[in-house]
Design a protein around this ligand. Sequence first.
Ligand code: AMP
Length: 239
Amino acid sequence: MEGGQRKQMAQARPGIGAIVLLGAPGAGKGTQAKALEARYDVPQISTGDMFRAHLTLCTKLGQQAKEYMVRGSLVPDEIVHNMVADRFLAPDCEKGMILDGYPRTVVQAEDLTKTLNNMGWPSPLVVYLALDYNLLLQRLTGRRTCPQCGRIYNIYLQPPAAEGICDLDSSPLVMRKDDREEVIRERLRAFTEQTRPVAKYYRQVGRFNKLDGSRSPDVITQDLFSLLDAERKNNGAAA
Ligand code: AMP
């Protein structure tokens, strides 16, 4: 596709386009992605959730990813690429998508830029949720998830009304296997070494926003709504 044609197509596309939520494990990307998904009617694409689904279904891809996930390392870029490439082509991505946990390396970020270009999308709007190390540890060790509806709780910061039970569907909450302390340390190390450079990459290419992730989830959600609504207004869509 020619550059001019691509630009025209990008302008013609309705919706919010690609939003990248960047941040360490435990920064609140999943919680915010769900709030954005509900408001803007675009899917949350969480590569972590996709890998977990493959693991549950015992697919070949799940088997490949497992050895990295159990020790808290990043799955190799090529495996990630093969998994996300098809997902972007699904009809529910027509108006945009909320990328949660992807890209996580500079190679993935470059790959995403190419994919979006080929699809006629502009570069993503990036929001980096910044948080200090100790708070991240507390967020991760306290995290509990509903296996039924995916709602995320924190036993210290955002507990359910009844201990261990989802407020929405009464399912027993579970702790992710990789939210144990020894694995958490490795995940945070992978973030510092491989994902922080992604923030630097986007800071240079533009449309980069940094938010204080230590505030309450609702306050951060309001910030995100304001940011996205302003973007849509600038792009000529009704907020
Ligand atoms: P998450 O649920 O996003 O914390 O991801 C859980 C695990 O899945 C990570 O610790 C990685 O092993 C793997 N993973 C998820 N997304 C990616 C990605 N974009 N690149 C590499 N590995 C990933």
